[in-house]
Design a protein around this ligand. Structure first.
Ligand code: ASP
Length: 443
């Protein structure tokens, strides 16, 4: 079995955390190790990548960044000392600083140094082989990863040792370093897993797995043991802060499961994300609801026009106005002659009046209503389709709790139900769904 293991910032934040990683990767199968830059050791601490971005911002405005840079340096020097490493960090930092001062270093290069140095230290500590992401992860000039060339490069790695790769960056065909989006080490792990046809991609973090709901709303919510890729996609799109959204594409393509594990509690089963959970569901019946998430602050524009439901092309004309203003539409609930367009308030804030004027001019509605401060809550579950009257149960729960529903939308695959409520009812609604579909089922 081949496993790609990725350790996030908190898993490599200190010498103590490095020791935990060493213990975890003792297992022979865990051969390819991707690391993030050092994260926070405590609440008061800073993430190395944040500090490096700040150095760049300070330099841009000619403000001294020495303290910030030294914080990064001190962190790595402490790790080196506590682990008894030999890596010449003074030299590494001198090289970074002198070329940064001369102004011949790109921002991407500078901010990628966190991952680079963590991987260098980790490789020495594990007696593994350091493989620079710049030598294997190839970006095309359009910013997409060139998987074919990346695969060729990875095939050339020949070693019996553990392979330690920095996450978050790669290089353009001209050799220039290019970083991914923030949190991109998750993506690196996924790409490596795809390229070597791994059996599993383990993503090590500082929580026991994905929770059913946000712990800041629900006190100690249950962990999700298994979730499929489609459920995860809806949950992360609708607001859950789990894996980096782009991290699933490369592994999903090859049907490779992702296992979320806790570096600080490695014996916990974590959460397994896979394409199809049906075999497991036969043995371990899932909850009706896998996860609950959502976001506040949506705007609903409702257009009422007599006979519009029978007018071919009406909807197209309406949505094309939003397209013109580059506003992404979340949902379009329709009833007879009434069309509602739901968008994130922040995406329309600057042009709301223009959009409304355009709709009035081009569509000529009988009535147009704009409502904001709406929250959208997504209730997601692969088991929901086996439950007759699921949306009825949800509605009556809201009724019992005196929560007014503004919109309700169930996807045709019955994987999710999205409910719109007033912002003020957001937390209450999530709590009542959790109590009814998770807590009650547990008892
Ligand atoms: N270090 C990068 C960040 O903080 C990438 C990562 O940790 O995944 O965004």
């Amino acid at each position: 079995m081949i496993k790609v293991v990725k350790f996030g910032g908190s898993s490599v934040a200190s010498a103590e955390q490095f020791k935990k990683v060493k213990d975890i990767v003792k297992e022979e199968d865990r051969k390819y190790i991707v690391v993030s830059a050092c994260g926070k050791e405590s609440h008061e601490d800073y993430k190395v990548t944040d500090l490096l971005y700040l150095c760049e911002a300070h330099a841009k405005y000619h403000v001294s960044y020495d303290d910030l840079f030294n914080q990064v340096k001190d962190k790595y020097l402490r790790i080196k000392k506590e682990l008894g490493l030999e890596i010449d960090l003074e030299k590494e930092f001198d090289t970074i600083l002198s070329s940064f001062k001369k102004g011949n270093m790109s921002m991407d290069y500078l901010v990628s140094r966190g991952e680079y140095l963590t991987a260098k230290c980790m490789a020495e500590y594990l007696d593994g082989e350091f493989v620079d992401a710049a030598d294997i992860i190839v970006f095309r000039y359009d910013g997409e990863v060139d998987l074919d060339n990346t695969k060729e490069n990875i095939k050339r790695i020949k070693t019996d040792k553990k392979v330690v790769i920095p996450g978050f960056y790669g290089a353009l065909p001209n050799g220039m370093i290019k970083v991914m989006k923030r949190g991109g080490s998750d993506i690196t792990g996924s790409i490596i897993a795809n390229c070597i046809d791994a059996d599993i991609y383990e993503n090590w973090t500082d929580v026991n797995g994905i929770r059913v709901a946000d712990p800041s709303i629900i006190d100690d919510p249950m962990k999700i043991p298994y979730i499929n890729y489609s459920e995860l996609r809806v949950l992360s799109y609708r607001g859950a802060n789990v894996l980096h959204d782009d991290a699933t594409f490369a592994v999903r393509e090859k049907n490779i499961p992702i296992h979320i594990k806790n570096t600080n509690n490695p014996d916990n089963d974590g959460t397994i994300i896979m394409e199809d959970c049906s075999e497991i569901d036969k043995v371990q019946k899932p909850h009706t609801v896998t996860g609950i998430t959502g976001r506040k602050n949506y705007t609903v524009i409702t257009i009422i026009k007599n006979h519009s439901s029978t007018e071919i092309g009406f909807l197209k004309e309406l949505v094309s106005i939003f397209e013109k203003y580059r506003i992404s539409i979340e949902s379009v609930p329709i009833t007879v002659d009434t069309f509602s367009v739901i968008v994130q308030s922040s995406s329309i804030a600057e042009c709301l009046y223009e959009v409304v004027a355009k709709i009035k001019e081009e569509i000529k509605p009988d009535e147009l209503i704009v409502e904001d401060r709406m929250a959208l809550i997504a209730v997601v579950g692969r088991a929901m389709k086996q439950v007759p009257g699921m949306s009825g149960k949800l509605l009556s729960e809201f009724g019992r709790n005196e929560i007014n529903i503004k919109v309700i939308n169930q996807s045709a695959d019955e994987l999710s139900i999205v409910v719109g409520v007033d912002n003020k009812d957001f937390e209450k609604a999530i709590k009542c769904i959790y109590d009814r579909f998770i807590k009650e089922e547990e008892n």
